[in-house]
Design a protein around this ligand. Sequence first.
Ligand code: ADP
Length: 181
Amino acid sequence: MEQQGFVFWMTGLSGAGKTTIALAMIEKLQARGVKIERLDGDVVRESLTRDLGFTAEDRAKNIERVTFVAKLLSRNGIGCVCSFISPYQSVRDGVRANTTNFIEVFVDAPLEVVIDRDVKGLYVKAIAGEIPNFTGISDPFEAPQNPDLHIRTDLETVDESAERAIRYLEERGLIPLVIPT
Ligand code: ADP
């Protein structure tokens, strides 16, 4: 069985674990020979969409451009592992409508947990009022009501989450099963 193109779309608050899980997944998938590309919010905002800010309009444009890339890759048999806060359901629905084998993944940890982690030191600034339009503090996050996969990073380890993600891709028939030897 050949792998299929797909868009594994991780949405969630800053610090919820999207990038960390993406990196763990990529390592496991590449070791299995799955063709994969990673699209990450922090990376594209320094390149493809560096002219955009964080208003609702700019967030929509950011995801629109990323969707274009994910569409080209996914329709040509490449798996895209995507990490984007993407706080609006309508925008995420737009990605689903325009890509092949879209999977909405809610990478979820309670706000108190991500504030406590404060991986990038941004929550302390957002709470002090220094960052406008900061998701979860001064901007809304519309949690997926019916995600294809729900990952609670406060309750499971990175490895457990990455393994669960890969099992999901296998069950959907998007990547070949590994036959135990
Ligand atoms: P995001 O990409 O969602 O902004 P990051 O992946 O950059 O988040 O940061 C998540 C932080 O949470 C990292 O420091 C990571 O080590 C930590 N973490 C703790 N448990 C988990 C888990 N189960 N899954 C992912 N990250 C976790």
